[in-house]
Design a protein around this ligand. Sequence first.
Ligand code: GSH
Length: 234
Amino acid sequence: MSLPIIKVHWLNESRAFRVLWLLDELNIDYEIIPYKRDKGFRAPDELKNIHPLGRSPLIEIVDRESGKQKILAESGYIFQYILQHFDKDHKLNNADPDKAEEIQYYLHYVEGSLQPPLMIEFILSKVEQAPIPFPLSYLARKITAKISEGYSRGELANQLNFIEQELLKNDGYLVGGQLSAADILISFPLEMAFIRNFAKEEDYPNIRKFTKNMKSLESHKTAKGKASAVGGKF
Ligand SMILES: N[C@@H](CCC(=O)N[C@@H](CS)C(=O)NCC(=O)O)C(=O)O
């Protein structure tokens, strides 16, 4: 039975890259529908024509025979759907049911627990860079520093320490000592934590090694090449 047509509605410089990467690691054909961020770094309104929330990633699944179409949103759910329907050989979804459950846990964990402190840090950094006149700028910085110290920076460290230990226990991967969809999903927030200076790479050697190994996968290069070909920026 042939696979359906898969279209990925992909926003530049976004977490949506992981879906391309997952599909390439599974050797599944897909089409990229690219979108560019606006001046405020938001998604363009056209994405709302595909799904009312207008966020990326979105995937469109079209049955080749009936033409029946489905739109799926939420990275974790999209990953779960792809594993369930298109990873029959358990390449990225461990064949051991207990390990497969751990992978499911991470598909929720990444967006539900790891992403929130990173998002708060990102917003605080935007406030710090905003062209606010003195003395308001001084006050704004004091407030952002208090929120960061009191919540997001410490919470992020808590999360990264947890991941650091899990990678150590699992031979450099999240689950069962082998590559899974969970590793692809978690790569983006971990990389962002370092790139945006919300955490120091040298404090987390296992995570540093993990992100480097993940980026060296052939599927990462293939997906990047395809996204670049449609004008992608990362
Ligand atoms: N939890 C959602 C988050 C989706 C999301 O916020 N995507 C960002 C891209 S990183 C987006 O579309 N931002 C554009 C905007 O908010 O205007 C998921 O994982 O799919």
